[in-house]
Design a protein around this ligand. Structure first.
Ligand SMILES: [Zn+2]
Length: 185
């Protein structure tokens, strides 16, 4: 499992390992947490008390400190696993669902026609459809798109990049996902 790290205002910052989260607890860097403790780490015995140290890690942690704004301004990084998740592994041209190994990143306006490698110009396509379309636009190829591309929100991006999300984490992230998201359809 991974821990969802937020800034103090509640915006997602990263997925981190339990060990990384424990370090933040140990440094007293946690402002607040959400969800029931999902992992307990035991450390050494403290000489003064004779008790073993113990850190309870929560699935969602907000870390003290300044609110970073960089991640907020930028569109989420485009990767194939996230693109295929956004499009639910469905080919935009034939409408069939495929295993990720059989999917490709398809540029709606091809590179050859100055199309960009950006969320708004890419869809998921199976290999045969991608090959058939070639360096043409959907209009030229007479292959209309079955769904439209979109830029995932920050919260949606955190869902797309992790495949093992705990219930508490999913509930938190989904509450912020826009209604236009394909994850809600
Ligand atoms: Zn297809």
């Amino acid at each position: 499992m991974e821990v969802l790290q937020l800034d103090v205002s509640g915006r997602p910052q990263s997925w981190m390992t339990v060990r990384e989260a424990a370090l933040l607890y140990a440094c007293d860097s946690i402002a607040w947490t959400l969800g029931d403790a999902c992992h307990v780490l035991r450390g050494g015995v403290q000489r003064s008390t004779g008790l073993q140290s113990r850190i309870e890690v929560h699935p969602i942690i907000a870390v003290r400190g300044a609110v970073p704004t960089r991640a907020w301004r930028q569109a989420p990084a485009l990767t194939n696993p996230k693109l295929f998740a956004r499009d639910r592994q469905i080919c935009a041209y034939c409408g069939h669902r495929f295993h990720v190994d059989d999917l490709t990143r398809e540029h709606i306006v091809p590179f050859a026609k100055r199309g960009q490698d950006h969320w708004m110009n890419v869809v998921t396509a199976c290999r045969p459809c991608n090959h058939r379309k070639g360096p043409r636009t959907p209009e030229q190829a007479h292959m209309p798109l079955l769904y439209a591309p979109y830029v995932p929100s920050l919260w949606e991006d955190f869902i797309l990049r992790n495949r093992r999300i705990l219930a508490d984490q999913m509930e938190f992230l989904m509450a912020h996902v826009p209604r236009s998201s394909r994850l809600l359809s």
